[in-house]
Ligand binder design. Structure first.
Ligand code: BGC
Length: 742
């Protein structure tokens, strides 16, 4: 449709018809079935009202969405199509590693490719919009939703967020209506990733400087990449819940960031302003939200029941409704829905694409690239399938199909490749002998998770599981422990105060260790865990997060060395929860602690180190890399100059490997205190044994900008340090001076 036709359409619509476009309900309210991602009782709607709504969420599948669209359009006064939205977070039917794991690939190319596959599968299932990328900076692993973010670093999140937007929306020169394209939705605007105490939905208390510099950056990058939708967050910041924050939405998002797409509230967030205590009732909540600039009210009846009265009573200008509706109609039009309301929706295409070989291959590659090797004493890994040794795979994840994160709704567990299946394929016909034992259930009896969880074992069963495991360990040359937290201990509503693997699994590890100390531990998790008890008892440790459909194959690939590990931590691994928040880009203090342990009057703890167990960016390979000193193309930089920083990275081990070379900058002195280090560049190099390669990064003045003491976004002349290395602990540096601006 032409813009003019959209304007005519808007002019013809009644106030109620327009408001209908601004309401989103869960698909289960239209027809039977559907997925619930929040409370079910936030909306009561009559058939008449539902005939006018503009979008639904959480219903998937070509067959049902085709029928819903057909019936809906036939019944709508102007035959305006519905928008179908869904949380396609890390894949639709082919499940990719959770976003936190994707962050550990440090690879925009892989992340974009994974998002592309997710978009294609979602599009044929009838979806037009995914509620992704989630670009919340996360620095508190107690928060369950860290699994859904790509990590603690705003720069990395921005790069990976842009990659996801390209993957979903088709990239540059593509239109949303193109085949396989769906709209992305940046969330959760803003700063949802910093809830107090790591408690989900809690308030955020950070300064405007931190808010802008560390939290808005990634959202902003995705806006610039052209993402068509933004979701408000549940939390308050500066004591105002986002969906009511006029400054945030109208000034920051629209004016400063230049976002002109659709703003949707989070699930029932408009109505929840009453619980926040800033609205008397849902009428006032609706008024606050429309004034702030929320275009679509997701799963509350505030807009549906009150917006029209608010306009008639002169409390809300109809112009605000018109602006919101025009943005929604424009999105429908950009997706091509007026011409083809079914877009890519096709049962035949579902059969062709869902978890097809090509998609699974990519999922396997992405999973392997996301695994982080934390430790490998005595080169216990890779395992040798040609040896005559016995391997015992022990633990509740050894044969588990639940290897996917908490946002994988249409998942079919029977599709998951388990470790046993992956290892089985790899070792069949080889001389190595493999034995299996579960050892214990994933969770201790009575442990609370987001969903109801039950595995019924008697005391006798539990003892037998443990004894079998210990016996298997006794006869083995090497034990691979397959341990971790449960997928439902992570995700929305999945915050934990204790971030360790369940006690029964730790007990299993201790018992096995008494009889065998050749232990490789594979850890499944949705967050950085407290790992010291595990790393102390294992010679090798591989973090595999929640790897998805191809998890078992990818794990076997890495354990047996067919693929070398290359993942790097996208979130710091603390020693203990008491250190939280702990992140690499922390600030200097007046009483620095150089050793990590507390001596006298310096920053730190009496009973804990200030150092993490493993820093951001850390991850080993099966080989080792050497870094030459850094050379800089110039030592003085004028505003318009580019400095090239170069190192030679060499593979000094005996097998091929991929290294993620990381560039960090430090502003040695600023008008406000500056982070220890800031990641500003990443490059991956694959090197054969003995091979060396020059790796160069371009450093420009924009990379040095920040909010100065007066909140101007500028760079300040002075000394800068350039670090290039294998992780955020890199101490290989060179210096340059940024000259006084003319
Ligand atoms: C979550 C969002 C999600 C929405 C729709 C909310 O509870 O916070 O991230 O997109 O539900 O499922």
């Amino acid at each position: 449709m032409e813009q003019r036709q959209l304007e005519n359409l808007l002019r013809e619509m009644t106030l109620e018809e327009k408001i209908g476009q601004m309401v989103q309900i869960s698909g289960h309210l239209l027809t039977e079935g559907g997925i619930l991602t929040g409370p079910a009782d936030t909306v009561e709607i009559t058939g008449e009202q539902s005939a006018l709504i503009g979008s639904i969420l959480n219903k998937v599948g070509a067959k049902s969405l085709h029928r819903i669209q057909e019936e809906y359009i036939a019944g709508h006064p102007y035959h305006i199509p519905l928008l179908m939205m869904f949380d396609v977070i890390n894949g639709m039917e082919t499940i990719f590693p959770i976003p936190l794991a994707q962050g550990c690939t440090f690879s925009p190319e892989l992340v974009e490719a994974a998002a592309r596959v997710a978009a294609k599968e979602a599009a044929v299932a009838g979806i037009h919009v995914t509620f992704s990328p989630m670009l919340d900076t996360v620095r508190d692993p107690r928060w369950g939703r860290v699994m859904e973010s790509t990590g603690e670093d705003p720069w990395l999140n921005a790069e990976l967020g842009k990659a996801m937007v390209r993957g979903y929306q088709g990239g540059e020169n593509e239109v949303l209506s193109g085949a396989g394209n769906i709209s992305g939705c940046i969330k959760h605007f803003a700063a949802y990733g910093a809830p107090e105490g790591g408690r989900d939905y809690d308030n955020v208390e950070i300064s405007e400087r931190t808010f802008r510099e560390d939290y808005l950056r990634a959202y902003q990058a995705a806006v610039e990449e052209g993402c068509a939708m933004v979701m408000t967050s549940f939390n308050s910041w500066n004591r105002i819940p986002s969906s009511a924050n006029r400054w945030l939405m109208r000034k920051v998002l629209r004016e400063e960031m230049g976002f002109d797409g659709v703003v949707i509230s989070d699930y029932a967030a408009v109505a929840e302003m009453v619980s926040h205590g800033i609205a008397e009732d849902s009428r006032e909540a609706a008024k606050l939200a429309i004034m702030a600039g929320v275009d679509i009210d997701m799963m509350s009846t505030a807009y549906l029941n009150h917006l029209a009265d608010l306009v008639r009573d002169g409390e809300v200008e109809e112009r605000l409704i018109d602006e919101a509706v025009m943005r929604i109609l424009k999105l429908k039009n950009d997706l091509g829905l007026f011409e083809n309301p079914f877009k890519d929706c096709s049962e035949e295409k579902e059969r062709e694409l869902f978890a097809c070989v090509e998609h699974r291959e990519l999922a396997r590659k992405a999973a392997a690239a996301s695994f982080v090797l934390l430790k490998n004493e005595g080169k216990l890994l890779p395992l040798d399938k040609q040896s005559r040794k016995t391997l015992a795979f022990i633990g509740p994840y050894a044969e588990n199909t639940e290897l996917y994160g908490s946002w994988s709704f249409p998942v079919k567990p029977e599709r998951t490749v388990t470790i046993r299946q992956g290892v089985g394929q790899k070792t069949v016909g080889n001389s190595v002998k493999v034995v299996w034992a579960k050892g214990c259930p994933v969770l201790n009896e009575g442990m609370v998770t987001r969903m109801k969880y039950r595995e019924d074992y008697t005391e006798i069963d539990l003892n037998r599981l443990m004894d079998d495991a210990v016996n298997a360990a006794k006869t083995a040359d090497t034990v691979v422990m397959c341990l971790g937290e449960h997928r439902d201990q992570t995700g929305e509503g999945g915050s934990r105060a204790v971030i360790r693997i369940p006690e029964n699994q730790l007990e299993l590890l201790k018992r096995v260790r008494q009889v065998n100390d050749n232990i490789v531990t594979v850890i499944f998790s949705g967050r950085p865990l407290e790992m010291e008890e595990i790393t102390e008892r294992s010679k090798a440790v591989l973090m595999v997060w929640m790897p998805g459909t191809e998890g078992g194959n990818a794990i076997a690939d890495v354990l047996f060395g067919d693929t070398a590990p290359e993942g790097k931590l996208s979130m710091t691994l603390p020693r203990s929860a008491g250190q939280i928040p702990i992140y690499y880009s922390q600030f200097r203090t007046g009483r620095p602690n150089r050793t990590g342990t507390k001596i006298g009057f310096c920053n730190g703890y009496l009973d804990e180190s200030t150092k993490p167990l493993y820093p951001f960016g850390f991850g080993l390979s099966y080989t080792a890399f050497d870094y030459s000193p850094i050379t800089l193309s110039r030592k003085e930089m004028k505003k318009e100059d580019t400095i090239t920083a170069t190192v030679t990275v060499s593979n000094i081990g005996d097998c091929a490997g991929t290294e993620t070379v990381q560039l960090y900058l430090r502003d040695v002195k600023g008008s406000v205190i500056r982070p220890m280090k800031m990641l500003r560049g990443v490059q991956k190099v694959t090197l054969q044994p003995g091979e060396g390669r020059e790796v160069s990064f371009a450093i420009t003045e924009e990379m040095l900008e920040f909010y100065d003491a007066d909140m101007n976004y500028v760079s300040e002349p002075g000394l800068f340090r350039v670090f290039i290395g294998t992780d955020s602990g890199a101490d290989n540096y060179a210096e340059f001076t940024l000259m006084q601006h003319k």
